[in-house]
Design a protein around this ligand. Sequence first.
Ligand code: ACO
Length: 401
Amino acid sequence: DVIDVRDLLAEGFFTYDPGFVATAACESGITYIDGGEGVLLHRGYPIAQLANNSNFVELSYLLLFGELPSKEEYVNFEKTIRNHTMVHEQLANFFKGFRRDAHPMAILCGVVGGLAAFYHDNLDITKEEERRVSAIRLIAKMPTLAAMCHKYNIGQPFNYPRNDLNYAENFLYMMFGNPCEEYKINPVFAKAMDRIFMLHADHEQNASTSTVRLAGSTGANPFACISAGIAALWGPAHGGANEAVLNMLDEIGDDSEENIQRFVDRAKDKDDPFRLMGFGHRVYRNFDPRAKVMKETCDQVLGELGMADDPQLKIAKRLEQIALEDDYFIERQLYPNVDFYSGIILKAIGVPANMFTVVFAVSRTIGWISHWNEMISTGYRIGRPRQLYTGHTQRDYPEKN
Ligand code: ACO
């Protein structure tokens, strides 16, 4: 049942809902989640069908425009994205201001926000065509900027995008290619990367998407709004979980029963801040359908690489088994989420752990900008949450001697 509190405002009705567990802040036709049944639909299509039959660029078109593209529409859309992959040469200077060892998410927040400086003065967000071009610029430039963050960290020259490669291949090339040797695209890696992009593309009003909407509701520049989304994504309770999962698996160390049980017990102990990273979700109270596809992809990639015995994969699988049989996790309906297995795949591809959340940001950009576009095109009010004031009542400023 939905109560529209706008009808009750005149009667002085006021809701208090920390964490927005029962409050819809908008209407949206992009993504549907049924947390109880473990259902995730993008524009009506189940995520598993999309992951098995589509690709990230086609999914981006679907999320942004509402329908799957015709063959011709797909070709034009993909070509337009390829044509926008370069970033302004001056943007390279932004990177030089950061410490070499800066976290790539910190750099990404800065440089994506910096895009606003290149596309601000002439941008009229009330015009559909200008919103479309902004969206395409973002989808196209995110892999370039993300790879630049990595190259800056490791002290290698930036790679210009190669427009003969597809979206995922180009990202891999910009991440791992270097001028000293030819970089050969591994098709298994490219497919897995595309799937990771797809599985993270959108998830309705999560913390980062809500942040983008809130920032956008003031009429702010879309590139700056996306930078706000990147900041929200960074936290370990959200996009930072994939990096945290791998750190946790490292900390666990081996897949012995007693060892894993020790960590499961720690996660249950309310006096210990430790949580099983990659477990639990605000909306899914049954399995996360993305996690299922991610686990299959993980098995596939590691199998094809001859790494089925990977120690971290073994720990992850045993940990999942033990937790899913534990009353604490059963009662609280805590299941592995999308990021429980994504880190293992990214590691197998060669992506360093500090880049995991950056990869997530590349994927989620299409979700963020689709929601921003939907909000701007369908009418909106400035997002302005209220509060329950718990501070002092009025008091007088003390007299000075
Ligand atoms: N390990 C141990 N206990 C947990 C975990 C966990 N991973 N997640 C939730 N719980 C427990 C809570 O302690 C709480 O127990 P209580 O009822 O005894 O107090 C109960 O389950 C409900 O948890 P909440 O924190 O109220 O759930 P909420 O919806 O606020 O949080 C969240 C969801 C942030 C995802 C949480 O499950 C978590 O921190 N998970 C680990 C981090 C993670 O994997 N994040 C990625 C999310 S997916 C994504 O962003 C792509």
